[in-house]
Design a protein around this ligand. Structure first.
Ligand code: SAH
Length: 408
């Protein structure tokens, strides 16, 4: 068994059960890509079993802190079984579920999503790459499914010295799937699009948006960074439920959705049709959000609800300052376009921006926009995207629902 020995004092984060060993902490030792090594303190004390990534700044990722644990097929089967069965403890109103969420599920570098009868996996580290076939077999056995699509095409693979790979790993067939989520359907293609094809992490926040649309008096809704229209569909469903309840009929209310990706917008339109909504109640803009918000402002347009769900602006804390300015700018424009009593659903999926900092950013954006507002809800990732307590980096998605104070 090969050994990775740390420099004096560098064992502290592992003793707190953080699963990463950075290259600067290593005194000597290593292994082949993905090989299991014994990680020791400078004094030779056992710390963990981990997988080596020879070219990455994250030089090793921990599989187990238990010296007696053997890292073998049985280990992966047991870890996957725990992760998958934990999902049964939550009331997930969808057939789209994240079954494995990397470090927070004790399986660093592994993401597995289930969309109906289709599994989609990302093997993002040398360790998961090395155990890919073992993991694939165990996933099929534990879920009873026969189809597993690989989406190991994320850019982090390059940091690991791994090529981008995608395609069927087990089974095959049509890569288009339809998700049944809450009271609506969403189509996606596991071979295309971001992540594994969809943003499951926003599932409960789409439901929160639906509820707000059902209870509010929204006429004009704006969904910025709409991707395939998840929040658009949720708003339309909420407004339809409202009008059915009030007997007014017709599903009053209009949703404007903006994204810079043409293919995502095409899927958004298809999702609106899939749910039987009138396309006349939607507008789709293939445009830059920042420019669109400025244009709306100069046209004097305002909205009753606005979603701001930009891509990751600060992947790590090192990018936080520049990203903070970008978030503030974006939110300032959001507030400027909000009617009194209107609601801003604002998100950050940046690991480098913490909850407190995000709230400060949103507060100063409101101040600069001259809007008096209050927080009504604090949102995060859905429960199938857990955050391991020793791994605060896992808390990437945070959201605030902010209402502009209604006027008397
Ligand atoms: N809200 C979506 C996920 C958003 S992901 C959901 O719930 O499914 C971020 C989206 O922002 C991507 O679809 C990307 O195409 C888009 N995007 C990135 N930069 C943009 C920009 N400057 N203007 C408009 N869209 C942008």
């Amino acid at each position: 068994m090969k050994v990775v020995k740390l420099k004096p004092g560098k064992e502290k984060s592992l003793l707190r059960r953080h699963p990463w060993v950075f290259d600067g902490a290593v005194a000597k030792g290593g292994g082949d890509p993905g090989e299991t090594v014994r990680i020791e303190s400078a004094e030779g004390q056992f710390l963990a079993w981990g997988a080596v990534s020879p070219t990455s700044k994250i030089r090793a990722r921990v599989w187990s802190f238990d010296e007696k644990q053997r890292i073998d097929a049985a280990f992966f089967r047991a870890a996957l079984a725990i992760s998958i069965s934990a999902r049964g403890l939550f009331d997930i109103k969808s057939n789209g579920v994240r079954l494995v969420h990397g470090e927070s599920d004790g399986l660093p570098g592994l993401v597995v999503d289930r969309y109906g009868d289709t599994l989609v996996a990302q093997f993002l580290s040398c360790g998961t790459e090395r155990w890919k076939q073992t993991i694939a077999d165990a996933l099929l056995e534990l879920t009873g499914l026969t189809r597993l699509y690989e989406r190991s095409d994320a850019s982090v693979r390059e940091l690991e010295g791994l090529p981008k790979v995608s395609g069927w790993l087990r089974g095959g067939g049509d890569t288009a799937v339809v998700l049944q989520e809450h009271s609506w359907q969403l189509a996606l293609d596991v071979a295309e699009g971001h992540k594994t094809g969809f943003y499951l992490d926003q599932r409960d926040n789409r439901q929160a948006f639906f509820e707000a649309a059902r209870h509010g008096q929204w006429q004009q809704v704006l969904n910025c960074f709409c991707y395939t229209g998840g929040f658009t569909v949720a708003a339309l469903a909420g407004m339809r439920a409202r009008s059915e309840h009030s007997g007014m009929g017709g599903g009053a209310g209009h949703v404007t959705s903006i994204d810079s990706s043409g293919p995502a917008l095409a899927k958004g339109r298809a999702n609106v049709a899939l749910n039987g909504f009138d396309a006349g109640h939607t507008t789709w803009l293939d445009a830059d959000v920042n420019a669109s918000l400025r244009a709306f402002h100069s046209e004097g347009r305002t909205f009753d609800a606005i979603v701001l769900d930009p891509p990751k602006l600060a992947p790590t804390a090192a990018h936080a300052e520049r990203a903070a300015r970008a978030y503030k700018d974006l939110n300032r424009w959001g507030f400027k376009l909000l009617n009194p009593g209107g609601m801003l659903f604002t998100y950050s999926c940046s690991g480098g921006i913490g909850v407190e900092l995000f709230q400060k950013i949103v507060a100063s954006a409101a101040l600069e926009a001259g809007v008096d507002a209050f927080i009504t809800h604090r949102l995060g990732g859905a429960p199938d995207h857990p955050v391991g307590l020793p791994f605060p980096e896992g808390e990437y998605l945070k959201g605030l629902v902010v209402m502009a104070r209604p006027q008397g």
